[in-house]
Every structure is written in C-alpha cells, then in structure tokens.
Design a protein around this ligand. Sequence first.
Ligand code: FES
Length: 109
Amino acid sequence: MEPSGPARIVLAGVVPPADGGAIRVVADGTPVAVFNRGGTLYAIGARCPHVGGPLDQGTVTGHRVRCPWHGSVFDLETGAVVTGPAETPVPAYRVRVEGDGLVLEPRTS
Ligand code: FES
C-alpha cells in the first residue's frame, strides 16, 4: 500500500503539461497551476491573490510567472510574491508524475 496522508493529493488521470506549458487542475477544491519548465514540474495556486487572475495563463520567465491581469510576479517554487500589486503568496506544492497522474504535496517552507 502506498503512503498516504492529508498532505498528499493524488490527481489520477491528469497528464502533465508539455515542456514550456501549463495546465490548471483542482486539488482538494483549490485551483492549482502546474508548469513544466525544461522537464521540471512546478505547482502553485492558480488564483492570483490580488483579484483572482489566472496564473496558469501567465507569462513564465525562468522560475517566475507573471499574472496576466495586473502583472504580479510569483516564484514557481515557493509561491512568494516577487512583484506586486499582490501582497500575499500563493500556495506552492511539490509535484511529480506517479502512475497515470500527478501527486501534489504542499510545501511547508
Ligand atoms: S489579479 Fe493578478 S495582479 Fe491583479
């Protein structure tokens, strides 16, 4: 039996984005944007905390994504705000392919 716990979110049947792409999924009721940067997957909350812009549709540069609505920039690894107007971070997750889907684990730091 695989390890499980409240922090582990299994998204069966979800195909990861292609390199350079992003998808939006819902994990435990929370919209999450999953990005593929050079084969490495990143996952952060998809809803910009400013006024709800879709971060999965943002512009990615390096390990940062720019909200398409007003330009807040977030770190893909930590969810931290790099540039406002947003003032609060988004949740960040460790993400990996497992079986036929994805597994997300909230980052605690
Ligand atoms: S909604 Fe993202 S910066 Fe305004």
